[in-house]
Structures are given as C-alpha cells and as structure tokens.
Design a protein around this ligand. Structure first.
Ligand code: FES
Ligand SMILES: [Fe+2]
Length: 447
C-alpha cells in the first residue's frame, strides 16, 4: 500500500488541526489488516524500537534473544564490551541459532549442522566447506542489526539507512538526563493479551478523562484534571499528573505514607516526587515515571485487533536489595488499573467494528490523544509535515490547585520543557475562563 493512501486528504485534514476542531482517526485504521501491515512495515522496520534492557546481557559473553516484527534477533555482549544485535538466523540453511531467551556463551553453535559463530557474530567453523567455490567465512557471519542504547533500554533498527536514535528521541534525551534508569532492575513482569488495536492502547494511556469513572482508586491519588502536557521535540509524547498532598506514589494502599520504605529514584527533583510522568516513546513503549519506580509497558502488534502488552516494574537495584523490599502495593495498583484499561480498549475495539461509528471528537482533556493521533497521521501522510503536537492553554486554578498548576521549569533544575511552555489542564472544575485561543506549538520532524 502506498504511503499516501492510508487516509484521504480530507481525513488527514480533519485530524491535522487543533483538537477543538479535529476529528478522531477513521475507524478503519484500527481494523484494516492492510493498514496494520503498513504500520508494521513503516514503524517497526524503519524506526528505533526497544527490544530489551542492557541488564539482560550485562557481561561479555551474555546474550538475550528478542523478536521484532517476527524477526528473530540475538543481542550479544561482546568480548570487547560492546552490545551488538544480529538476526538470529544461521547463514547456512536459516535455522534459528539460539533457542534460549538468555544466557552466557563463548560461541554459538547452530543446532542443525553445527556452524559456529563467535561472540562478534563471525562464522568461525563450518565443516565440509573446504572445497566450495567462492566461499569465505568472512562473508557468512550472522547478519547484523543496528543497535543503540538509552537509559538502559536496548533499541534496534531494522533499517540500515535510518538516522541515529538521537534523531528519533529528540529532546527526550535531555529531559531524561537527570535520571539513571540504566541502574533500574525489574522486580516483576506481567504480560497481557489484549483484544484491541495498539493505537487504542496508546490513546487510552494518553488521557485521564476516563479516570473518575474507570479508576476511582487512581483518581483519588492523582485527580484526573490536575496535570499537563509537555511539548515534544522528537518522536515522543508526554505529560504529568500531580499527586495529592500526602500521597507519595501510585500504590494500592492509597500511596499514602512511606512508599513501603522505598526511597526516591536517583535524580528525582522535589517536583518529580510530587508527580507521575507519563511518556509514549514512539512507537510502542510507554514509560510511567513514579517517584520510586519506573513502570514500562512494551506493546507488541499482534494483528489489527490484538496487542500483547508486557508490563515491567523497574526499581533501583539498591531498593530491591533492601531486606524488607515489597513492591506488591505498586504491582497490585497497576495490575488493577491495567485490567480496567484493557477492558475498555477491548470494548472500543468491538464497538468501532460497527460501520455506524464515524470518528468522534476530542474533549478538552484529550489533547494528548490528539497529539498521538497527529504523530500517526503525519506518518500516514508521508509528506514530511510535522503537525503541532501540543496545544497550550492555561487556565486559572483554585488556590488548592495552585501547586499543581505551577510550571515545572521552576523546580526542574533546567530540565523543563524545551521552550519552557507547558500546557496545564488543571481545574476544569475551577470555572476558569479560557482566554485567548491556545498557542499552537511546533515540533520538528521526528524522522
Ligand atoms: S542451518 Fe545452521 S548449520 Fe545448517
Ligand atoms: Fe486508564
């Protein structure tokens, strides 16, 4: 399918305008197998995608396997300390060379005819090939895949011609500089199989319009209308929500009190400790930064109406090492919240199968959904235009919300948004008058 045929010009135009006038993406982008295939080809095979964590291959000789869009991959920590990615595909007759999800090795021997590859992917042994014409071991090493790391995440890119990872992340790199997420380790992983399109999941993650009804326990800790959006300059989307006084994190016991003794993560500012930050790292990773832990959702596209979601709870190693470490309050909180979210995403998938449904409208608490949809629409368009992805509106807030509405740059120690502007969506209940039309920001091409 050609890039420009995903949406008609009219459909593109109706998404690519300020959210107050915009309409949602058309229903077929959530259901059409051809569009789904196109997205996999364009997003998973041309962009940088996270396939694991550096900590999964921490020393020379350690490795882990992964899959990206059905491509079997092998990530190896080389003797020289470099992390490298290869197709886990024997150059002889195409067998997957490594079966284990992770381990330690000095070399890799294909289980079929025993061709052997070293830790740098070179072919070092292939019996009975001496008399072959025009055959050199040098030409038959494992095919390599581009790999880069950031904050402990291992990204690969299947496109040899793609720009470096930094070009995709944009100013997210700078925004995260104060953190040391490479030092985090998983305390728990939960995998969900959700009968919904991956974009419905990302859109659901982007807003808290649904929180009062769907997540009363969450809404108690971070009221749905107290927060804002960061202005992205790169392929990401992010925002924050303010913890109420007395709450210290998101956890099932109400998050009140001492976070079960868990200290704040390294690099957290005083303001970070009062917020939960939510980021979509394009295309398929969701990062939720809590004062004491990082929640990561990895989405795997599994058909137009199916998404596998791996949910990792990452804590500092030093926190996990505490004798009374117990993350069950945080895990239970998010397992409940996740299940509520996946349920409505599945209902949305079912409902939008109906031809009676035509694209709805964004509420004023769904600017981030619109921003995400614009990222997608820009890619569908393939015209190189990057739509303004965040609108900015400031509203007055009631005095008790004043803290929530304070611009983050005041205490972000230089790590505020790229241009210091932040959209505050606090206080729909404060009866604020919205003054001028929102200033429309601009962002650069994420490509
Ligand atoms: S397929 Fe690997 S050695 Fe034959
Ligand atoms: Fe939710």
């Amino acid at each position: 399918m050609a890039e420009r045929t995903i949406l008609t010009a009219d459909e593109l135009a109706s998404v690519r305008q300020p959210y107050r006038a915009a309409r949602l993406l058309p229903r077929r982008v959530y259901h059409d197998p051809a569009i789904h295939d196109w997205e996999r080809e364009q997003f998973l095979r041309r962009d940088w995608v996270i396939v694991g964590r550096e900590a999964e291959a921490p020393q020379p000789g350690t490795y882990f396997t992964a899959e990206l869009d059905d491509e079997p991959l092998l990530i190896i920590h080389g003797r020289d300390g470099e992390l490298r990615a290869f197709y886990n595909v024997c150059r002889h007759r195409g067998t997957a060379v490594v079966e284990e999800p992770c381990g330690k090795a000095v070399r890799f021997q294909c289980p079929y005819h025993a061709w052997i590859y070293d830790l740098e992917g070179r072919l070092v042994r292939a019996k009975h090939t001496d008399d072959l014409e025009d055959f050199s071991f040098d030409d038959f090493g494992l095919n390599s895949v581009r790999l880069e790391t950031w904050q402990g995440f291992v990204f690969v890119n299947l496109d040899p011609a793609a720009a470096p990872l930094a070009a995709q992340l944009g100013d997210l790199v700078e925004r995260f500089e104060r953190f040391d997420f490479a030092a985090l380790r998983p305390a728990r992983r939960i995998t969900y199989d959700v009968a919904a399109n991956w974009k419905f999941v990302a859109e659901n993650y982007s807003e808290c319009y649904h929180c009062p009804g769907l997540h009363p326990h969450l809404n108690k800790l971070t009221p749905y209308d107290v927060g804002g959006e960061y202005e992205p300059n790169g392929a990401w989307q992010g925002g924050w929500m303010e913890l109420i006084a007395g709450a210290e994190t998101m956890a099932l016991d109400g998050g009140m009190g001492s976070r079960c003794g868990r200290p704040a993560m390294s690099g957290m500012t005083a303001q970070d400790e009062r917020r939960i930050d939510y980021y979509i790292v394009w295309p398929t990773t969701l990062l939720s930064i809590h004062p004491d832990y990082l929640l990561v959702h990895y989405l795997t596209l599994d058909g137009p109406s199916r998404t596998q979601i791996v949910c990792d709870f990452l804590f500092p190693e030093s926190t996990i090492a505490m004798p009374d470490f117990d993350p069950s309050d945080a895990i239970a909180f998010w397992d409940l919240t996740n299940s509520q979210d996946w349920h409505v995403c599945e209902l949305q998938q079912r409902g939008t199968r109906s031809r009676s449904w035509v694209s709805g409208r964004y509420s004023s608490l769904e600017e981030s959904v619109h921003a995400f949809d614009q990222m997608v629409a820009d890619r569908y368009a393939g015209d190189g235009v990057v739509s303004p992805r965040t609108t900015h509106q400031r509203k007055d807030v009631s005095p008790d919300r004043a803290t929530a509405a304070a611009p983050p740059e005041a205490s972000r120690n230089g790590h505020g948004t790229s241009n210091g502007r932040v959209a505050v969506r606090a206080a729909a209940r404060a009866k604020a008058t919205v003054g001028a039309q929102p200033t429309v920001g601009t962002a650069e091409d994420p490509e």
